[in-house]
Ligand binder design. Structure first.
Ligand code: G6P
Length: 602
């Protein structure tokens, strides 16, 4: 939530910051702003609305400078408005701040500052940081930032400038991501790598309560006691193309189309890099696996529960929303393996769930896409998905990479537990290895999916049903549709239909039925008949050669595959269906209203 970028160097900071904000817009897009240092003061432009609105303002009122900070906002405290946009400058016009996170004690701090006569301009929690910094400022910006950080409660990634220091940009973080990029023309702070990739692939990952002091030709690191730190400079292997649309109308479509490649790369990287990691894990000592995550990553966990149970015959495999797990005082201990699934590695609830699990002695294993993220760094074991940067807010390729990595993990666990033979392991691994090609076959059906989806824009509600592992993937189909098309949707286990959702079925309701479980085909088809006889239409997705399409039943056939791994195929159709429904409604698919890609606040 919220993207921040800062630059100090030899070039004009403004185009660099605006371009960086474009790459960070997925983190929040209700308002944006930019401040540059200009002769003992700041020049600030802030604008409610998308980044394009800020660009239009900048065209009317151009800024320039060699040092600046920018922000794209997802509002938490205070409505989206010009004044609530960042950067925030203190009332003495001395210190400017961009902030990502939530200051939990801001009310108390604000009351104190107001009591001392300091006037506030905005309703945000973030403004207290700028006001506090000015209040504590003693001529040394580093001291001031350290002092402020000891007072703040909550989460923050900050970029701070002071009018007295024309070439110093300071960054600090706690529980929100921040990277430092270094280039031959200047140095950067940013919430995420794509924002700086045009200029450099050399970055430092800041840890909590570490401070970076950037000048145009140097970067220094300190801990909170102002002791200098040595940090490793990392090289990013993604290229710029992976963060561009590459001719597609939306990132989401590009990312859907990349899935065969991403599946291949994730499988190869798992086999080459992670088998030995898992060999060091004493799986037999666990009596419980808890998979915890948020959003689509949670849905990947629901699918994985079926796979782990089926292959590993584990006494207990639970999937739990991280936002619930963190407060549930779950019965877990050193015999529990807690699996954290997260694209960003920065989701606040998933981080909290991981810390809760560790505090209770559980072993933690994370499946994460972003290298250097909090969950990747803090979990006891980390397996990286090879999805590359995912820009569209609604996840597609990262979800698919999570799924395939979870399958592989389940297979390896099953071998270690002696539940399957090596021969079965090989068979399962070759079924997994065949998924990328099957995904390619599905993508060839894009035209018919697009055509069908174009007839579905008028629905107010769409229901998704499936049984067993098909139900698990129906959850993701429903989430994807509502996220980007704003059509109400619910996923139901087929067997539960008669306990609720069927009361909502009427003439021309659409029910999407997923069917890859051969033994349950008859059951899901009888659900389909029950809704059709009440006037519904059914979109059947699956490997169902016996189905007879008619004006009430439209079928999208999937290639034959093992039932256990079929969610990787169903989901591609579900993603394309949602995408084309939303595209036909003319919606802003990559940035759906009210959502953000990385939910770094509770
Ligand atoms: C947001 C995104 C989802 C994502 C979820 C969890 O809601 O829009 O696409 O699944 O966060 O994010 P994570 O980064 O932890 O996978």
């Amino acid at each position: 939530m919220c993207g921040i970028i800062g630059y100090v160097g030899n070039k004009d900071a403004v185009p660099i910051i605006v371009d960086g904000l474009k790459k960070l817009e997925y983190r929040g897009y209700d308002s944006a702003g930019i401040a540059v240092y200009k002769q003992n003061s700041f020049d600030v432009v802030k604008q409610k609305g998308r980044l394009a609105a800020l660009e239009a303002r900048l065209a009317e009122r151009p800024l320039s400078g060699r040092m600046g900070i920018g922000h794209t906002r997802w509002a938490t405290h205070g409505e989206p408005s010009d004044v609530n946009s960042h950067p925030h400058v203190g009332s003495k016009n001395k210190i400017a701040v961009v902030h990502n996170g939530i200051i939990e004690n801001y009310k108390h701090l604000k009351e104190r500052l107001e009591h001392w006569g300091i006037p506030f301009a905005s309703q945000t929690d973030s403004e207290v940081i700028a006001q506090l910094a000015e209040h504590y400022y003693n001529g040394d910006l580093l001291d001031t930032v350290i002092h402020v950080s000891t007072v703040l409660e909550g989460s923050y990634a900050l970029g701070v400038m002071c009018v007295d220091d024309p070439d110093i940009l300071i960054a600090i973080k706690k529980d929100n991501p921040l990277i430092i990029g270094v280039s031959d023309h200047g140095n950067f702070i940013a919430s995420d790598v794509p924002a700086v990739l045009k200029h450099t692939n050399k970055v430092y990952y800041l840890n909590d309560k570490e401070i970076a002091v950037l000048r145009n030709n140097s970067v220094e690191f300190f801990n909170i006691d102002k002791e200098p730190l040595e940090k490793p400079l990392e090289t990013i292997t993604w290229n710029l193309d992976s963060a561009e649309k590459g001719g597609y109308p939306h990132f989401m479509l590009k990312e859907i189309m990349e899935q065969p490649k991403i599946l291949r790369e994730t499988i190869n990287s798992a086999v080459n890099n992670y088998k030995s990691v898992i060999d060091t894990l004493d799986v037999a000592k666990f009596n419980k696996i808890v998979i915890t995550a948020c959003g689509s990553a949670y849905n990947a966990g629901v699918v994985a529960k079926y796979v782990f149970e089926r292959l590993c015959r584990f006494p207990s495999v639970e999937t739990e929303l991280a936002s619930e797990f963190r407060y549930r005082d779950a019965v877990i201990n050193e015999k529990t393996l807690v699996v954290l699934v997260s694209q960003s590695g920065e989701t606040a609830d998933t981080i909290a769930a991981m810390r809760e699990a560790k505090s209770k002695g559980a072993v933690t294993l994370s499946i994460v896409n972003v290298v250097g993220s909090t969950i990747a760094k803090e979990a006891d074991f980390c397996l990286l998905t090879a999805a590359g940067p995912e820009i569209a807010v609604a996840t597609t390729k990262a979800f698919s990479a999570q799924l395939v990595l979870l399958y592989i993990l389940a297979v390896w666990f099953a071998v270690k537990l002696g539940k399957i033979t090596q021969k079965v392991e090989q068979e399962l691994m070759s079924q997994i290895a065949a998924l990328p090609e099957k995904a390619e076959d599905i993508l060839k059906q894009i035209d018919s999916i697009q055509k069908y989806a174009s007839t579905c824009v008028g629905y107010k509600s769409i229901f998704f049903i499936g049984r067993n592992i098909d139900y698990a993937i129906a959850l993701e189909g429903s989430l994807k549709l509502k996220e980007i098309s704003y059509i109400h949707s619910e996923a139901y286990a087929g067997g539960e239909l008669k306990h609720g959702t069927i009361s909502l079925v009427e003439e021309d309701t659409l029910v999407v039925a997923i069917s890859n479980c051969a033994t349950l085909y008859g059951k899901i088809m009888s659900n389909a008949e029950q809704v059709i006889s009440r006037g519904a239409k059914v979109l059947l997705i699956g490997n169902c050669p016996a189905a007879k399409p008619d004006d009430k039943l439209f079928c999208i056939a999937l290639p034959e595959s093992s039932e256990l791994f079929s969610p990787s195929l169903s989901v591609i159709v579900l993603q394309l269906f949602s995408y084309y429904v939303a595209a036909n409604k003319g919606l802003d698919i990559d940035k759906p209203r009210n959502l953000a890609k990385s939910v770094t606040v509770e």
